[in-house]
Design a protein around this ligand. Sequence first.
Ligand SMILES: NC(=O)c1ccc[n+]([C@@H]2O[C@H](COP(=O)([O-])OP(=O)(O)OC[C@H]3O[C@@H](n4cnc5c(N)ncnc54)[C@H](OP(=O)(O)O)[C@@H]3O)[C@@H](O)[C@H]2O)c1
Length: 268
Amino acid sequence: MILVTGATGQLGSAILTALRRRGVDAIGSSRQALPDMRRIDFDDPSTISFDGVDTVVLISAGEAEDDIVIARHEAAVTAAERDGVKHIVYTSVTTAGDHLAFAAAHRWTERRLERGTATWTILRNGLYADLFGSLLTWNGARLTSAFGEGALAAVTREDLADAAAVVAMTPSDHVHRTYELVGPPITAADIAHHLNVSLDGTSLAARRAALDQSGLKPFQPAMLMSIYTAVRHGFLAQTGDELTRLLGRTPADAVSVAAAVASSRRLT
Ligand SMILES: NC(=O)c1ccc[n+]([C@@H]2O[C@H](COP(=O)([O-])OP(=O)(O)OC[C@H]3O[C@@H](n4cnc5c(N)ncnc54)[C@H](OP(=O)(O)O)[C@@H]3O)[C@@H](O)[C@H]2O)c1
């Protein structure tokens, strides 16, 4: 049986759906007590049971400081080893993401898997297309971007979910493989063109000042600023063909996904 953690989340739920669409015996886990889901909270190791599970799809439990995220992942991997899980599929971040403020917890987890007892596959996921759209802002009817002319090799969650399902269904074909799952590069200008709106640039300093005023959690502005600067300065633009090969098809159009999210955030 396959178990997908973080299964109420956007990526985990899409992976579960992708597996079930293919007729695979899969369950999800969540911190919440929900029907048809195992209750697992990585912050409380006593709740973690992978009994009867052959393959765990370990969705990174980010959105916290690195020490918290690393403790969560350590607890999950240790429990998987204890319970006899054979294979762990981990959703990491793209290699080019080494420049991002949240990369350390991903790379730590990859190393933990490499020295562990279960076999593994690492999915080095590119940044989500909808995240790119959500990081653009509006000034009235004009789109504003701190990405400069930089491009992001963006990818949709649905494509990442399909790729994860392909791997989890046939783990023996993907033992000790690390996949670089990035899509075609997109820019803020592509989004503005798609939406037929004008585009203004803004500086990193101006963007940081706005984020500092927006009531985010303490670690979040640094996280987001690292995305802006990495895209702006060309670190996240490089694409590849491993996503296409795993999917057996062309990845979905990231521009329309990012544009839809940007558009939904327009106030006027
Ligand atoms: N590639 C990218 O662009 C990008 C962007 C943002 C985030 N990420 C990473 O990718 C992950 C999945 O993305 P997403 O869009 O699905 O995020 P999401 O919708 O926020 O879902 C994250 C899931 O993590 C689970 N989680 C959080 N704390 C947990 C804990 N203590 N124990 C067990 N599970 C916990 C939650 O599951 P339950 O609520 O069901 O327990 C939550 O549903 C994120 O967690 C983050 O690490 C990647």
